[in-house]
Design a protein around this ligand. Structure first.
Ligand SMILES: CC(C)(COP(=O)(O)OP(=O)(O)OC[C@H]1O[C@@H](n2cnc3c(N)ncnc32)[C@H](O)[C@@H]1OP(=O)(O)O)[C@@H](O)C(=O)NCCC(=O)NCCS
Length: 334
């Protein structure tokens, strides 16, 4: 059994743990592939640093999360060799994630090295998926980049089922009418709900659409597609069901709607992260979408660009302003 606490890094015993981690990692990679964080940076206010201590009080493991603007980055995860194989790192990782979620971090990211299979396995078992470089990192064949969305307590994310189309439609309707009303008139929203917004059952059949539940009720929906259609429900004309080519096309990011009582909790971000991960797993490294005025804030926050709007007709002399947006990963090959 270990006990965990947020502690200062400025203790000789903790510094020795971190030095042991450096001693282990340094011979594995060339100097330019080391991205350790130094003691003074670990002492800053934007860092959560957790120490695991054994029953006799000895520090046997540590880990940190650096709170960046739009994500939290895991750093300095280490378990002393004498304490390995007892779940210490898993416990530290979940404590860090819980504390970071409490501070509204909605995505966890990390960089590790390809010669550390035990670390990669720990993160994969905890739900992390590989991605491209983020923040100031650049493509480095020695690096493995991973991420995982975070959800507030009580919320669960899963793939949508085909028999849920009507509940999904209810979430879309409430979200469009209530959340969307900050940006569009009701005439525009009602027009959009006849085809531009709504359920695309192709996504449900393709298993590329996610839902988030709270107390068994659907509160957020959204997904991605390997097909050309960029937006719109089953009833929109001009659908393009042909499959995209992951090597040249951007995966489509599709139909994000969050129930008005559950916005700004990171649910949209969690679905975006799950969608990008699933598309990356099929070889996509670029993403495209048609964003609403409301949605573009979230997409910009996650690296999407596109400032030029288009007017999409949604009725007689009524049009909705949309923003075509896109993003491209710099993917590491290994
Ligand atoms: C767009 C939408 C899905 C976002 O869902 P959400 O779960 O509230 O988004 P998140 O909580 O993940 O937001 C992540 C970040 O995006 C930005 N953001 C999200 N909504 C924002 C808003 N209304 N204004 C400004 N920034 C916003 C913020 O940076 C936010 O982080 P913060 O809360 O820590 O400041 C939701 O507003 C919605 O359902 N809108 C109506 C339907 C719609 O327009 N869908 C988009 C289709 S393209």
């Amino acid at each position: 059994m270990v006990s965990l606490a947020i502690e200062s890094v400025n203790q000789p015993e903790i510094m020795a743990l971190i030095e042991a981690l450096d001693t282990y990692q340094k011979p594995l990679y060339p100097a330019e592939s080391h991205h350790g964080i130094d003691f003074s940076a670990l002492s800053q206010d934007n860092v959560i640093f957790i120490v695991a201590r054994s029953a006799d009080g000895a520090a046997v493991g540590c880990g940190a999360i650096v709170l960046e603007d739009s994500y939290g980055e895991l750093k300095r995860m280490y378990t002393a060799p004498s304490a390995r194989g007892r779940g210490v790192a898993r416990t530290i990782l979940s404590a860090l994630e819980a504390e970071a979620s409490r501070r509204k971090v909605s995505v966890f990211r990390l960089e590790t090295g390809y010669l550390q299979p035990e670390a990669i396995a720990l993160y994969e078992r905890a739900g992390y998926r590989r991605r491209g470089p983020f923040g100031d990192y650049t493509n480095d064949p020695n690096s493995v980049f991973m991420e995982k969305p975070s959800l507030p307590p009580g919320y669960t994310l899963r793939l949508a089922r085909l028999d849920e189309a009507s509940e999904i439609s209810t979430v879309i309707g409430r979200s469009a009418r209530e959340v969307g009303s900050q940006d569009y008139s009701s005439a525009v929203i009602e027009g959009a709900l006849t085809g531009a917004f709504g359920v695309d059952t192709q996504l449900l059949r393709d298993q590329t659409y996610f839902v988030i539940e709270y107390s068994s009720i659907l509160v957020a929906v959204g997904g991605w597609s390997r097909r050309r259609t960029l937006f719109g429900s089953d009833s929109r004309s001009g659908r393009e069901p042909e499959l995209l080519d992951a090597t040249t096309d951007g995966a489509r990011i599709r139909a994000f709607f969050v129930h008005p009582e559950h916005t700004r909790l990171g649910l949209g971000t969690a679905i975006l992260c799950a969608s990008e991960s699933a598309a990356r797993a099929e070889g996509f490294s670029a993403f495209e979408m048609m964003a609403t005025r409301t949605g573009r804030h979230m997409y910009q926050r996650h690296g999407y660009t596109g400032d030029t709007s288009i007017q999409h007709p949604v009725g007689d002399s009524i049009a909705i302003e949309f923003f075509p947006m896109s993003k491209r990963d710099q993917l590491t090959q290994r």
